[in-house]
Design a protein around this ligand. Structure first.
Ligand SMILES: *[C@@H]1O[C@H](CO)[C@@H](O)[C@H](O)[C@H]1NC(C)=O
Ligand SMILES: *[C@@H]1O[C@H](CO)[C@@H](O)[C@H](O)[C@H]1NC(C)=O
Ligand SMILES: *[C@@H]1O[C@H](CO)[C@@H](O)[C@H](O)[C@H]1NC(C)=O
Length: 354
């Protein structure tokens, strides 16, 4: 009798495992092939070839780029180099990336920048908020941008017990921001169980000096976060669930779910075109190739544009798609006028004119 129970349990366990494996392959789009789409005028940016995880472009065309992310399970071409913030002037004909110097007093050796967001105050001072993972922790660093010196002055490190496994932030006021937590567990084994069992335990957080709270939950792995040009709607990419959540911001900063835009790709970081309000999404068409990196068959890149976001039928088209021969592992795309900048987790950075 005992043997029968054991066998039945073993059978049930194997069936569950098989079902989960099939679901997991679906989650990472293991079978997806990509049709190439390339604008006519594209060039790789010189000096930016070890990642350009997140991009934020100021209204005057200066683009901030975080580079050198070290993230568990993801490839890195320069694992021993600390991360950096680069600047590109999108108004210049010949676009070149320039590394920004960072003021003393900040631990540059453990700098591991992830999501970034800019904030301009009423005196036109530009602040750069950076999600940082020094020694596998999560902090938010606030820098002041000195335009003449092309440098960043470190002002503050924000830590909080709810600011864990932070991926991206969007700043809406002085020290007021939303942040995504992309996984629940930090322990690697528990994290595997979390992904495998499809637990929806993670959330979006609101942070201010006077209040920190969870404002939306039930996500599988919330990644990029951004805000509509009128500051009324928040968009969150759930990378493992292949979708974008559209939420309305309330006066008390809570977020009310409005709808979910389902896509056939792993949506990473989002940006919004200031002029049109369109969402641009940097996506991973096939994440299996990211998890098991093979230079002969590398992960590809894909950029989607979502127009009429709030309408009943948003229009979705592909601005860029490449099998990895040019650009690998795209995470983000940002538009300035008709110029498109595409960043990647660990690879190069592409500049295209549409
Ligand atoms: C990228 O990383 C490699 C390996 O560390 C290094 O040789 C190369 O100079 C780096 N490139 C840039 C532009 O930093
Ligand atoms: C952007 O993409 C990377 C790669 O997965 C992701 O890890 C990061 O989360 C995203 N967020 C931001 C803002 O960069
Ligand atoms: C990727 O596409 C290029 C040209 O579009 C092609 O030459 C190459 O064989 C493809 N690579 C893979 C791994 O499919």
């Amino acid at each position: 009798m005992g043997k029968l129970v054991t066998l039945t349990l073993l059978g049930a366990f194997l069936a569950l495992l098989g079902e989960r494996l099939v679901a997991f392959r679906k989650t990472i789009n293991a079978n997806r092939e990509l049709e190439p789409i390339e604008p006519q005028h594209c060039q790789l940016i010189e000096g930016l070839e070890n990642g350009s995880e997140d991009i934020d472009i100021l209204p005057n065309g200066l683009a901030f780029i975080s580079s050198g992310l070290k993230y568990p399970g993801m490839p890195s071409f320069a694992p021993d180099e600390p991360g950096q913030i680069f600047l590109i002037d999108m108004n210049k004909q010949k676009t070149k990336a320039q590394a920004l110097s960072i003021s003393d007093g900040f631990d540059k050796g453990s700098f591991n920048p992830h999501g970034i967001s800019t904030f301009i105050d009423k005196d036109h001072t530009v602040y750069l908020y950076v999600v940082n993972h020094p020694h596998k922790e999560s902090t938010v660093e606030i820098f002041k941008f000195e335009k003449q010196q092309r440098s960043l002055i470190h002002l503050k490190t924000i830590k909080h017990k709810l600011l864990k496994n932070v991926n991206d932030i969007v700043v809406l006021g002085p020290e007021q921001f939303y942040a995504t937590r992309d996984h629940y567990y930090t322990n690697f084994f528990l994290l595997l169980i979390e992904i495998f069992m499809d637990l929806h335990w993670t959330y979006v957080l609101f942070y201010s000096p006077s209040e920190v709270k969870v404002v939306a939950k039930g996500f599988r792995s919330p990644n990029g976060i951004t805000v509509s040009p009128d500051k009324m709607y928040i968009y969150v990419a759930d990378v493992m669930a292949h979708n974008i959540h559209v939420m309305k911001k309330q006066d008390n900063w809570d977020l009310t779910p409005l709808k979910v835009i389902q896509l056939n790709t792993l949506v990473d970081n989002l940006t919004v075109d200031r002029v049109t309000g369109d969402i641009l999404a940097g996506c991973h068409p096939n994440a299996m190739k990211l998890l098991i990196y093979n230079p002969e068959d590398p992960p590809g890149s894909e950029v989607l544009r979502i127009q009429n976001v709030l309408s009943e039928h948003p229009k979705i088209n592909t601005l860029y798609a490449n099998n990895g021969s040019v650009l690998q592992g795209s995470t983000v795309a940002s538009l300035y006028q008709k110029k498109l900048l595409i960043g990647t987790i660990f690879h190069k950075t592409l500049y295209c004119e549409l």
